[in-house]
Design a protein around this ligand. Structure first.
Ligand SMILES: Cc1cc2nc3c(=O)[nH]c(=O)nc-3n(C[C@H](O)[C@H](O)[C@H](O)COP(=O)(O)O)c2cc1C
Ligand code: SF4
Length: 396
């Protein structure tokens, strides 16, 4: 697998200690202002503006505040945070220190995907090293009144624990189930305290922005989707791996970069994302068009798209927490429908009903899992109906 050969933002060089020292010379509003001016949106998938989140957490009332790193990385096809946790851990922790300074938090937690247990020891060694260099602990880098430390909490091995309120439930020792929102974690989060939950890549990107400037960051990307993004690229291409590319890149250009020019479709955003067919490869990867937390799965000409849809839906049936009906029953019903298609016994009328069910799930599920579970189903049926339906069930 290849890692990014271009060092644009996230993979660009940075002197972490110097960056933190410089940041601590600035005021808290200045830091949040720089992040706001950069237009940085959260890299965990939802694309919520980072400065707005930090501002809300900074303004929230609370004796204790928390900065939480979401390192659960459970979206199928995503593995870019693993690279950051492995090779850029110091930058991650420094990014958390920066966020803590901005929001006024004393405690930081890295919620680490259970499958990444093998990384825990090295991460702990990085944290200890940073304590030694006074980048963690009391009076960080000599800054009077600024104390902050980080510990690691192992995840529970469930995709839903990546959803920030389920993550907080899991941190508190409960079953990982999403909470009702509002209140949002920025006001009522871990242990009822204001908490800013951010993705691994978000923390590292913010560190680069505050050190190198919002203006520099905005030289990459589009007006609404500034900067670069890490993409985990897998599937039917010659050079799978983690790439740093500017936001706003066309799918066509991305495929040229990774040697996947003959793809018939690309799944952008993992199982919960959208399946983009070849005719739409001029579309751009950006919040204003096809958004992604980073997962890109390439499907070559030989792929059976029904098999792809079944695979994704099996995942959602397995991972639905079962708390709300549209998701718990909807995922099962869509999977049964896909099996009926596979066996050639699905009528056009029933296929339409399944699509309507998918739309209902998008509107009525409690959290992002159920809201996005039908996305792949709907986009695959829309774009590959002739391949899937007409060849198997068109007589019905
Ligand atoms: C089912 C589900 C799983 C999620 N998994 C992750 C994850 O593994 N990592 C992540 O950063 N965000 C994940 N998210 C998004 C988080 O809820 C949250 O929006 C994110 O951590 C916020 O960080 P950001 O603002 O830096 O993007 C998930 C959301 C849902 C609905
Ligand atoms: S949408 Fe699914 S995962 Fe989310 S709360 Fe409902 S059942 Fe649980």
């Amino acid at each position: 697998m290849s890692k990014a050969d271009k060092k644009l933002v996230i993979f660009s060089d940075i002197d972490v200690e110097k960056a933190l020292k410089n940041a601590l010379q600035k005021t808290r509003p200045d830091i949040i202002g720089e992040v706001r001016d950069s237009g940085l949106k959260g890299r965990g998938g939802a694309g919520f503006p980072t400065a707005v989140k930090w501002n809300l957490a900074a303004a929230a009332q609370g004796e204790r505040k928390f900065v939480i790193c979401n390192a659960d990385e459970g979206e199928p096809g995503t593995f870019k945070d693993r690279v950051l946790l492995t090779d850029y851990a110091e930058q991650l922790v420094a990014g958390m220190v920066l966020a803590a300074y901005a929001v006024g938090a004393k405690d930081g937690i890295i919620y680490l995907r259970a499958e990444y247990t093998y990384l825990k020891k090295d991460l702990e060694a990085t944290i200890e090293k940073m304590r030694g260099k006074k980048m963690l602990g009391k009076k960080i880098l000599g800054k009077e009144g600024f104390d902050f430390d980080v510990h690691i909490h192992m995840g529970s091995g469930a995709y839903i624990c990546g959803e920030e309120t389920a993550l907080i439930e899991s941190l508190e020792g409960h079953r990982g189930e999403p909470r009702n929102r509002p209140p949002f974690p920025v006001t009522v989060g871990y242990l009822g305290c204001p908490s800013s939950v951010n993705n691994v890549e978000t923390f590292i990107t913010a560190l680069h922005i505050v050190e190198k400037g919002a203006k520099w960051f905005k030289t990459f990307g589009t007006e609404k989707s500034t900067g670069t993004k890490l993409f985990s690229i897998s599937g039917d291409c010659e050079k799978p791996g983690v790439y740093e590319l500017p936001m706003g890149i066309t799918i066509k250009k991305l495929l040229e970069t990774v040697g996947g020019e003959d793809a018939k479709a690309v799944q952008v955003g993992g199982a919960s994302g959208t399946c983009v067919p070849r005719k739409d490869f001029e579309r751009v990867i950006a919040y204003e068009d096809v958004a992604t937390g980073g997962s890109i799965i390439v499907f070559g000409p030989h792929r059976d798209m029904l098999e792809v849809a079944i695979n994704f839906m099996e995942f959602f049936c397995e991972e639905s927490c079962g708390q709300c009906t549209p998701c718990r029953l909807g995922t099962e019903t869509l999977l049964e429908g896909l099996d009926m298609l596979d066996e050639g016994r699905c009528s056009l009328k029933y296929l339409r009903e399944l699509c309507a069910l998918g739309e209902t799930m998008q509107l009525s599920s409690k959290c992002g899992l159920g809201q996005s579970a039908p996305n792949a189903f709907l986009s695959i049926i829309e774009n590959f109906k002739s391949e899937i339906f007409d060849t198997r069930c068109s007589c019905r």
